[in-house]
Each structure stands twice: as C-alpha cells, then as structure tokens.
Design a protein around this ligand. Structure first.
Ligand code: ADP
Length: 246
C-alpha cells in the first residue's frame, strides 16, 4: 500500500471538518473524491500535501514514513510529507510575473536547489508533454485558463512527486477548455501515476479512477469501484448527491 490513512480528523477551531477518515491508496492507482461543497474534500487534499496540519490520525507510507498527528511531528517528517506530493489547484496559482517555463522551474531550482540546466531541460520536456512547447515563454495572462492549468500540472510534476493531487482542476474553466486538461490527467493515469483527484466531473471520474470516495459532512459515506459508487450507490446520501448533480 502506497499510503494508508487511519482516523484522520481536522478541526478549524470548533468546526470539525474531517471526522475519522480511513482511506488507503495503492501505488499507480487513482482515487477520486466526490461530494457536496463543504464536505471536506479540499481539506483532505491539503492535509496530504502538508498545507494543513491534521488534528488526529495516522498516515503510513510504503517507504516507512509514519506520521501520527496525536504526537509531535518532527520538522524532517513534515518536510518528507510535503515532498511526497505535487498539488494542482482549482485556480492554477501560477506566479503572474513569471513565464510558463519559469513557473515550472521555480520549485526545483529555488526550493530543491537542483541543477539549473537539468531543470530547464526537464521543464521544457514537461511543457511539451502537456502540449505547451510553443507557449513556454508566455506569461499566465497571455494563456487561456486551460493552458494555465496545464502549466500548473507541469509545475506539480517538476518536483518529481510520488503522488499527484488535483483539487477540482477544471472547475474554474470554461466548458470548452475542460477536455484538454482532463486529457492530460488521463494520460498521467495511463502512465501509472498515483493520484488523488477531487472532481465534479463524474464521467471523467468513472473513466479514470480505480476507486471513488463519496464524502459528506466530513465523513467518507461510501467508497468503492467507480461502477459501484457512481452507478449503483448503496447509501441514500450518495444517491441524493448523484441525482442532484446529474
Ligand atoms: P470542500 O472541498 O468539500 O468544498 P472544504 O474542505 O473546502 O470542503 O471545506 C470544509 C469546511 O471547512 C467548510 O465548512 C469550510 O468553510 C471549512 N474550512 C476550510 N478551510 C478553513 C479554514 N482555513 N478555516 C476555517 N474553516 C475552514
């Protein structure tokens, strides 16, 4: 198992946003998370990416890294957690004053202190992979939303993560631009990337996922293979949610 999460809880002050989440992920598999707004999907991803500190729970990784959030987490383990995943945000979060290429090279050069020439070559390769070879010297405002999000994906890949996290990667996009971004994510799934994807695109989730989790009110209500959760859900809350958004 690449990652096993047990008893994950997260509160913001009095507000319990994640309550006793158990979920695991195998290497090379894709897990999609669906559920109504406010159910805790983004917070779960942010906990995985070390952008939020869980209140309780244990993360156990295949390589032996174990974080028990009821105990004090060492700075070193926290950094190991952060380095495991690359995150793609709903609103792209690109640096507006850097070109597409500079957005991709920033993390590896500044944070990871890797060799500049090597990083440059890798970044060009990644931008080519997401179909933006001819746009790499343009700034975010010169790119469409779909192109900006593809830069966002190349940037997350550039840090060579073991896990890719996507937080509603197409929800800020005009409908005609959604397909190009989903296409890139599908390619990554076919290449065997381990991924967690928060999405409202149910057809896409069905095609790309090995497992789908339905969250509501900070709990995992139902999980299973996509055909089961999306086509014949057992839980009433899942059925109601699917009826509402289809
Ligand atoms: P989802 O991604 O399913 O829409 P979120 O994880 O974004 O849900 O949010 C779950 C709940 O946590 C919401 O009620 C939201 O308002 C709350 N929340 C998220 N982040 C914070 C924060 N930094 N401080 C306080 N409350 C937050």
């Amino acid at each position: 198992m690449f990652l096993s999460i047990k008893g994950l809880a997260k509160a913001f002050g009095e507000l319990e946003v994640l309550k006793d989440i158990d979920v695991s992920l195998e290497k090379g598999k894709v897990l999609s998370i669906i559920g109504p707004s406010g159910s805790g999907k983004t917070t779960l991803l942010r906990c995985l990416n070390a952008l939020e500190q869980p209140s309780r729970g244990v993360f156990s990784f295949e390589d032996g890294l174990v974080l028990d959030f009821e105990k004090k987490i060492s700075k070193q383990d926290w950094l190991r957690l952060r380095r495991k995943s690359g995150m793609v945000f709903q609103s792209y979060n690109l640096f507006p004053h850097k070109t597409a290429l500079e957005n991709v090279t920033e993390g590896p050069i500044i944070v990871q202190k890797r060799d500049k020439t090597e990083v440059q070559e890798m970044a060009e390769r990644l931008l080519d992979k997401v179909g933006l070879k001819d746009k790499m010297h343009l700034y975010p405002h010169q790119l469409s939303g779909g192109q900006q999000q593809r830069v966002g994906i190349a940037r997350a890949l550039a840090i060579e993560p073991e896990l890719m996290l996507f937080d509603e990667p197409t929800s800020a996009l005009d409908p005609e631009l959604i397909g190009e971004v989903l296409g890139v994510i599908k390619d990554l799934a076919n290449e065997g990337w381990t991924m967690v994807i928060v999405t409202h695109e149910l057809h896409f989730a069905e095609q790309v996922s090995d497992e789908v989790v339905f969250m509501d009110g900070g709990y995992i209500v139902e999980k299973g293979v996509p055909e089961k959760v999306l086509k014949s859900p057992q839980e009433k809350r899942t059925q109601q949610f699917l009826q509402r958004i289809l």
